[in-house]
Design a protein around this ligand. Structure first.
Ligand SMILES: Nc1nc2c(ncn2[C@@H]2O[C@H](COP(=O)(O)OP(=O)(O)O)[C@@H](O)[C@H]2O)c(=O)[nH]1
Ligand SMILES: [Mg+2]
Length: 319
């Protein structure tokens, strides 16, 4: 048997440094076959360390510099009660883009949260018959998912989707200072636009109770909204016809009365008979509409009024 001793000065197999009669029984002796085993075991124990500054997982608030160091990202707040279909909506948007569908004014130009997008996409695929997503954990959870988008002029725009646990929005809608609603407050103050979820299944089951809870959240949204756009999505709209017509109409009218920069869109993850709009078109239309509103309002904000067009100093442009 060939091999070697771990101790450098040992002359085994001639004689054992530690005085063992049979050098093969010495704990320092490494036979060739076991050495090979050790070597082949090595790669699995050495973890591959990435040189990237980002991991592909959802960004945390204290990691926003990873995106904001190259542009001012747009934040889209996903607002609604638990189980309303918020996370599934994000999974569907990514799945549609992956499948070749396109946003109206933007091309997909990358993401720093690829692992999480892929995880959402895989779950949606695996569970085609029954879309089931566990609500992500605690009220302290804030998932920031990233898309880099490129407009037709070639400019890059980073977008972050803030997807928190639905529980925090309920707490926030009941008391905006609730100590467990910190994430909802962050999303509210930092978002450039909002997607408000109207859960058709909940409206069918809990009727006016569900409606009141949606309106509570909507009222809270109006509090310091300014010109920020809100799109209400009737999620699980494969069931919208089963929502009592009175509830449907009154909720629509009340929401319409609350917001000015506003639109309603039906979305679903299940194909319904007839022209397929709710899945393949409407889910992306939500992003299209919000992006167009957000980008126009920020362009408006940037228009400067020159007090004096003849003022040489104010009108000076360096060459
Ligand atoms: N009927 C129907 N149910 C849906 C649809 N999308 C999601 N669901 C159901 O709604 C549940 C909650 O979805 P999820 O995205 O986790 O809600 P979240 O808590 O708001 O993030 C899932 O378990 C699905 O069973 C849909 O398009 N139609
Ligand atoms: Mg969720």
């Amino acid at each position: 048997m060939t091999g070697k001793c771990k101790i450098e000065d040992c002359v085994a197999p001639i004689s054992c440094h530690d005085g063992c009669e049979d050098y093969r029984n010495c704990e320092n002796w490494i036979a060739n076959n076991s050495e090979k085993k050790e070597e082949s075991a090595k790669p699995s124990t050495v973890s591959k360390k990435s040189n990237l500054s980002w991991s592909g997982e959802p960004l945390k608030i204290n990691e926003l510099h990873l995106v904001s160091n190259r542009s001012s990202p747009i934040v889209i707040g996903i607002v609604g009660k638990a189980d309303a279909g918020k996370t599934t909506f994000l999974a569907m948007v990514y799945t549609l883009l992956l499948g070749g569908k396109r946003l109206k004014d933007y091309g997909f130009a990358g993401t720093k949260t690829i692992l999480n997008w892929d995880e959402l996409h895989c779950r949606l695929e695996v569970q085609k018959e029954k879309v089931a997503f566990p609500d992500p954990t605690s009220v302290g959870f804030n998932r920031l998912l990233h898309f880099a988008l490129r407009n037709k002029e070639g400019h890059l725009q980073d977008v972050l989707f803030a997807d928190a646990s639905g529980e925090v929005f309920y707490l926030w809608s009941q008391n905006c200072d609730d100590e467990n609603a910190e994430i909802a407050r962050w999303i509210y103050s930092n978002s450039n636009g909002f997607i408000l979820f109207i859960d058709c299944a909940d409206l069918i089951e809990r009727k006016n109770l569900a409606k009141t809870e949606i309106l509570d959240i909507a009222h809270m949204l109006t509090h310091d909204l300014k010109k920020r756009p809100v799109v209400s999505v009737w999620s699980k709209s494969d069931k919208k016809k089963e929502v009592h017509p009175k509830i449907r109409k009154s909720l629509h009218a009340e929401l319409q009365g609350l917001f000015s920069n506003y639109k309603e869109i039906d979305i679903s993850n299940f194909l319904i008979p007839g022209p397929d709009e709710v899945v393949h078109i409407n889910n992306l239309e939500v992003i299209d509409w919000l992006m167009s509103k957000i980008m126009t309002s920020s362009a408006e904000d940037l228009i400067l009024t020159r007090p004096n067009i003849n003022d040489l100093f104010l009108n000076y442009k360096s060459r």
